[in-house]
Design a protein around this ligand. Sequence first.
Ligand code: C5P
Length: 246
Amino acid sequence: MATFEKDVIIALDFPGKEETMRFLAPFEGMSPYVKIGMELFYSEGPDIVRAVKDMGLKVFLDLKLHDIPNTVKMAMERLGALGVDITNVHAAGTVRMMEYAREGLLEGAAKAGNKAPLLIAVTQLTSTDQQRMEEDLLIKEDMPKVIQHYAANAKKAGLDGVVCSPLESPIIHETVGADFLTVTPGVRFADESAQDQARVTTPEKAGQFGSNFIVVGRSITKAEDPVAAYKKARTEFLSGAGLLTV
Ligand code: C5P
């Protein structure tokens, strides 16, 4: 069993700071883990990370870096200095790129006096299916094999885990190690529709499957009562993981 913390990460998929702060106001005193993605980061810049960190929240900065190793290292140094708690790269950038990314991130954090952030890798995007991978990327192996190989590369490079579907958590933990984090989007409450996500599961099932963090967006951000939805997701997830008895 993984020894890392388990938690729910709220995906702050908002266009700007104003909507983000309005959404976060009722969470005061709860310090949830949040994910800042490209949309918000590219509209508000690093200040949005500082503003959210100043509120005492933990930040997963989801920018999925993928470039030559040296460029990624330099960029990661900046993210380490910024004080992110988790950030990510594409495993497709190679083991060397991931090693450089980790070095940069840890150096940037250490120089700024920040806690060492977690670095995770995207294996294959959930929007890429077997056919697209074969025809567009010329990767002929089966998707599960590719995902396991990319995850093993991430581990080899010293990364802490991968982003994957909750349904892939068990195989990743079995093949790459129980102490290798799985951060999993694609979560919906039992009574909700899947919307545009193809393979979804409930917070409870994700907990049972061994996800370390679940990333939940619209089920919380579009809920009538987001705080209640967040608490529900957390309770279901932690009880599924065997950390709460409800
Ligand atoms: O609203 P929803 O719960 O579907 O949001 C999931 C979040 O996780 C979004 O920010 C989405 O971009 C992100 N994500 C995903 N699938 C991946 C990687 C990231 O849904 N494979």
